[in-house]
Each structure stands twice: as structure tokens, then as C-alpha cells.
Design a protein around this ligand. Structure first.
Ligand SMILES: C[S@@+](CC[C@H](N)C(=O)[O-])C[C@H]1O[C@@H](n2cnc3c(N)ncnc32)[C@H](O)[C@@H]1O
Length: 210
């Protein structure tokens, strides 16, 4: 079971505010080599309708937003959202950007047809609570698609990730040892498919349903 660090949402927002200006640069290489391809695959699974993107960050997914969906993207870091606004304006993509905590979504039950998050539930302080909120705001049976890095399920590497996690969170805001598939199941989401994107299962594309 995941034992989340006792982190507050405020501390997470502060960390992402701090790194917002250098975030894209710090991920430049891995984005080009891996993430870009995975993002395309993630968004190819989205069907038309009203959608929610959680943890939009600097807006790296905005180029893949389908034009036949009406999308609301949220994030708790105002500075990450500012970068996302710039990205949306640069691309001329209509997206509603809102400052909001994934653990307390300000939407009615069953508002959305689908939800997407990429590399977010590693940093949401109480991931199960955030995933429960997705279950609540997405219509029953609607897809919830998660692209995530997770704890490697091998005794030695997994333990090493646990040991390195506290400093990693403090520097980057992200937990490197999250068990996001298990967290999704615990939140009540129905897991439909889990695709390993790399050896050792460090990166996963999770398809769940509300
Ligand atoms: C690692 S970044 C990923 C950003 C983007 N999804 C991407 O793929 O590049 C994680 C983002 O999740 C946001 N975040 C973390 N916890 C959150 C929460 N509880 N509610 C809303 N956003 C959150 C952070 O502010 C940050 O922008």
C-alpha cells in the first residue's frame, strides 16, 4: 500500500510555482525522446465530449487536445497555469484553465464524459482522494486515462525508490514511489487496462472507468 508523505497541497503548489519557469527546459530531452510519443498515444484514446484534464502543468498536452471536445484543465499552481495559458494562446487552442485542487474538485457529480492526467498522481498529496474525485465528476462508465511513472515492483529498486523519495519530493514536487494502479483501484475506479511503456513497468498508461 502507498504510504503518502504527510504533504499539504499548499507545499505542492509552492514547489511547482518555484519550478514553473524552468519546467519545460528541465524535461526537454525526456519530452523529445519519450513523453511526446506517449502523450499522443494517451490522447488518441479520448472520445469526443466534455473533458477534464487534471494537473495541466505548463500545458504540454494542449497540442494534443482534440478539437471535438470541450476541455477544462485544472492545476493548483498559478505559475504552472500561467505557462499553460501562454501555450494555449500560442497555439490558439480554446481551453478553460482553472486553479483548483484535484482533491476538492469544484464540479457537480457526473459533469464530464472523460478525464485525463499525465504525470500528476505522483504529486497529488492524497492521490486516492484525487482519484476518488475523478470517479465522482466523470459520468458512470466514462474513461479516466492516466499516464504515470510509478514505483518499480522489484524488491531492491523499489526499496531504493522509497529511500530516495523524500528528497525527490522536496526538490521536484513528485513522489517517485507511487503505486498509482493500486491507488486507482482503491479509489473505486474500475481498471480496464494497464500498459507498461518501459521495461520494469516504471511508466504506465492506465485506462480506468468511473
Ligand atoms: C509533474 S507536473 C505534470 C504536468 C503536466 N500534466 C505534464 O504532463 O507535463 C504535475 C502537475 O500537477 C499539479 N498538481 C499536483 N497536485 C495537484 C493537485 N492536488 N491538484 C491540482 N494540480 C496538482 C502540479 O501543480 C503540476 O503542475
Amino acid at each position: 500500500m502507498d504510504r503518502p508523505l504527510k504533504e499539504s497541497s499548499g507545499a505542492t503548489a509552492t514547489r511547482y510555482n518555484r519550478i514553473a519557469g524552468i519546467y519545460d527546459l528541465s524535461e526537454y530531452l525526456v519530452e523529445r525522446l519519450l513523453y511526446r510519443r506517449w502523450r499522443r498515444r494517451l490522447w488518441s484514446l479520448v472520445t469526443p465530449g466534455r473533458g477534464l484534464e487534471v494537473g495541466v502543468g505548463t500545458g504540454k498536452n494542449i497540442p494534443d487536445h482534440p478539437s471535438d471536445s470541450r476541455i477544462t484543465s485544472i492545476d493548483m499552481s498559478p505559475k504552472m497555469l500561467k505557462q499553460a495559458r501562454r501555450q494555449a494562446d500560442r497555439l490558439g487552442t480554446p481551453v478553460e484553465l482553472v486553479e483548483m485542487d484535484a482533491e476538492h474538485l469544484d464540479f457537480q457529480d457526473d459533469t464530464f464524459d472523460w478525464a485525463v492526467a499525465s504525470f500528476v498522481f505522483c504529486s497529488v498529496p492524497n492521490a486516492v482522494e484525487g482519484l476518488r474525485e475523478l470517479d465522482r465528476v466523470v459520468k458512470p462508465g466514462g474513461p479516466i486515462l492516466l499516464l504515470e511513472h510509478v514505483r518499480i515492483d522489484r524488491p531492491l529498486i523499489g526499496r531504493l525508490m522509497d529511500i530516495c523519495n523524500p528528497p525527490a519530493v522536496r526538490v521536484t514536487g513528485a513522489n517517485i514511489n507511487r503505486r498509482t494502479v493500486e491507488n486507482a483501484a482503491r479509489s473505486g475506479l474500475k481498471i480496464e487496462a494497464v500498459e507498461d511503456l518501459t521495461p520494469l513497468g516504471a511508466f504506465k498508461l492506465i485506462t480506468a472507468r468511473s
